[in-house]
Design a protein around this ligand. Structure first.
Ligand code: NDP
Length: 290
């Protein structure tokens, strides 16, 4: 059986990796990019470069978008909306859940279906084992194209709400960016004390391997809205945060991040949670009605 033909719009590092994966798996691929020269190597591998966005849209029902953000999508597709009727847009560009929901409505207004995606891996892992993408939007549309989408990564369908895939993606990115900053904070302290990143690496890695245990324990606390202080108490945590702040001040490293952490702990103490687990800090962070 012939493989599903696909159009890919957006040839940054991610789009290029996706086109390569589709081609290597025998899918006919039409491409378009604002900077056309980024298609050169892909054309040499067998992709067809469409002369215009309209042609790219008309070439195939299935259209994968891999753009910097949703504004880039509107910049590209607004002038070509006449060619959107009947297309299925798989939007693998990152942005906010609300923008994904608005794009779903916008696409429907032009006769197109829109499925949101959030790719969880960097370009070198596209087409490789262990990679995954969140999807959300109409289940029947997702199911129709699931097999083709699984050429680029495993497909993790999260639900009908078009914003869900973006929400899962952004939740992951919150963990990634803040964890990496905490890592750099620790490295800065090491540097100030003559300890290299390489020397701290095994200890930082060891700390990370303990995290799944904490995540599981505190997920129960958060979902039950019960924060028993039987293993840890917020007051103990607040004292510890003071210690890391003072250690960093003494070492002369930047303390912006640690002051923000201290502020959150102090607000938890102010709410009277000192004898509760530090998981009670979710009460400081969450939307009051959630
Ligand atoms: P880039 O930002 O490098 O490139 C994306 C594409 O967007 C390019 O083709 C670029 O065109 C196009 N573009 C941006 N603005 C406009 C505009 N105003 N008009 C027309 N075209 C525009 O992104 P990546 O390829 O790295 O990533 C694509 C998506 O995947 C992003 O949303 C990113 O968040 C997500 N992602 C990326 C990962 C990564 O490690 N790279 C990991 C996981 C997700 P041109 O070539 O002409 O500049």
């Amino acid at each position: 059986m012939s493989k599903q033909a696909v159009t890919v719009i957006g040839l940054g590092p991610m789009g290029q990796a996706m086109v390569t994966a589709f081609l290597e798996n025998g899918h006919p691929v039409t491409v378009w990019n604002r900077t056309a020269s980024k298609a050169d190597e892909l054309v040499a591998k067998g992709a067809v470069l469409a002369p215009s966005v309209e042609d790219a849209l008309k070439a195939n029902e299935l259209v994968v978008l891999s753009l910097t953000d949703y504004d880039a999508m509107y910049a590209i597709l607004e002038p070509a909306t006449a060619a959107l009727d009947g297309r299925v847009l798989i939007n693998l560009s990152s942005d906010t859940p609300d923008k994904a929901r608005a794009a779903f409505e916008w696409a429907a207004g032009h006769g197109a279906k829109h499925v949101t995606g959030g790719v969880q891996v960097p370009p070198p892992l596209i087409g490789k084992e262990g990679s995954s993408t969140y999807y959300s939007g109409p289940r029947d549309v997702f199911d129709t194209y699931k097999e083709t989408l699984e050429v680029i990564t495993a497909a993790d369908y999260r639900g009908e709400d078009p914003g869900l895939a973006a929400m899962y993606y952004q939740a992951q990115m919150i963990i990634f960016w803040t964890s990496m900053l905490s890592y750099y904070q620790a490295l800065a302290l090491g540097k100030a004390n003559g300890v290299s990143a390489k020397e701290l690496l095994p200890y930082a890695s060891n700390m990370m391997t303990m995290m799944p245990h904490f995540l599981e324990l505190y997920a129960q606390h958060v979902d039950n809205a019960e924060y028993p202080g039987d293993v840890d108490r917020l007051a103990m945590g607040a004292a510890s945060v003071d210690h890391i702040l003072h250690t960093s001040e003494d070492a002369g490293v930047d303390t912006t991040l640690l002051k923000a952490v201290q502020d959150i702990f102090q607000r938890g103490m102010g709410k009277g949670f000192e004898a509760n687990s530090f998981s009670s800090l979710i009460e400081v962070l969450k939307k009051p009605s959630a």
